[in-house]
Design a protein around this ligand. Structure first.
Ligand code: SF4
Length: 343
């Protein structure tokens, strides 16, 4: 019988996530505090185009800059302004619906107002992350047939409309007993402006984790640069056809590969891959090979938790649970590639 080894490879985790551990061990500040403390001589009423130019230049010096206490205008203020601009013709994710969400219009995800479905101390995340303060938003940019959280992800109007100040208070309260703030959903992307707004009210030195399907636009990825300490990604498909069939998204492979490279250039990355029954050749194998070839020093979690849920029964291969043999094959394939595995 195959039993997945519980990995407590702390050295591997520290190699892949050095800044995260520096923050946890008090040697560094979470990067969002730098953006919050970086003073900009900038008039936020300038055009969106001009503001992106200012952002571009500011990002070049962020990591070398000294933090100022309560600057009049900070890099985080600029990021929030740009995120709100993006909401007026929504292009937060690669669906690029163009809906004016500031005027209450809905795009594909149907998120208008950010709703928090739940927030709690999560002990089920990877060992390097727990205990993790997870904040679950309702709604998602994907429509995965087998979504295990479909009651949250496909119901964007469910949950509570907390204010950013209220969420910041909760983060402060949870920060004593958790190692990070873990932004998740559904998917957090539709809520990016709300999250940035919340960070303007936060002061705790807590690493920020972006737990996402990684279908963000490049502009959204730019806004996250300087705010996020760890990307916790969900790499689902090894090609765009499976993604279209099972999650109703276009051009998945190119977008998600691009964003993993961007994420790795910004900070630490933990990649989750849920092995789907019958998808070794088309998905698991190409994903793991791509990671081994393109991303240095990332953590990979090959997951065996698939259960037929939501609309999975409409897809023949997803009507059964994953067999032990299928998982063993996937896991050993990842080991053979020399990937740094976590669970
Ligand atoms: S976040 Fe929602 S509204 Fe915005 S582009 Fe994506 S799916 Fe469309």
């Amino acid at each position: 019988m195959f039993i997945k080894i519980r990995l407590s490879d702390i050295e591997g985790a520290k190699r892949a996530l050095p800044n995260y551990y520096n923050i946890l061990e008090g040697r560094k500040n979470a990067i969002y505090l730098k953006s919050k403390g970086m003073s900009l001589d900038c008039d936020l009423s300038k055009s969106e185009h001009e503001l992106w130019d200012i952002h571009e230049k500011a990002m070049l010096s962020l990591r070398k800059s000294e933090a100022t206490k309560n600057p009049k205008t900070s890099l985080l203020d600029l990021k929030l302004k740009l995120a709100r601009h993006m909401l007026s013709k929504c292009e937060l994710c690669e669906r690029k619906c163009g809906a004016n969400r500031l005027m209450g219009k809905e795009g594909h995800c149907h998120v208008v107002e950010s709703k928090v479905s739940s927030e709690f101390v999560h002990w089920g995340e990877e060992p390097e992350l727990v205990p993790s303060h997870t904040i679950f938003f309702s709604g998602c940019t994907f429509n995965c047939a087998f979504c295990q959280n479909w009651d949250i992800s496909q119901n964007p109007k469910s949950g509570d409309a907390f204010s950013p100040t209220r969420v910041a208070e909760i983060i402060k309260r949870r920060s004593d007993s958790t190692r990070n703030t873990n932004w998740v959903g559904g998917d957090p992307t539709s809520n990016l402006p709300f999250i940035l707004d919340t960070l303007t009210y936060c002061n705790v030195n807590t690493p920020q984790v972006w737990n996402s399907n990684m279908y963000l636009t490049e502009k959204s990825m730019k806004l996250l640069d300087g705010l996020i300490d760890v990307y916790l990604t969900d790499f689902k498909y090894g090609n765009s056809e499976c993604a279209k069939r099972l999650s109703n998204v276009d051009n998945y492979w190119d977008i998600v590969c691009r964003n993993h490279k961007i994420a790795r250039s910004q900070c630490g990355v933990i990649i989750r891959h849920l092995v789907l029954p019958g998808h070794f050749k088309c998905c698991t194998k190409p994903i793991l090979e791509w990671i081994a070839k393109n991303l240095e020093n990332v953590r990979v979690n090959v997951m065996d938790q698939f259960r037929p849920a939501y609309n999975a029964y409409e897809y023949e291969e997803l009507t059964e649970r994953l067999t032990r043999e299928e998982f063993k094959h996937s896991y050993e394939f990842a080991l053979g590639l020399g990937l740094s595995l976590t669970d």
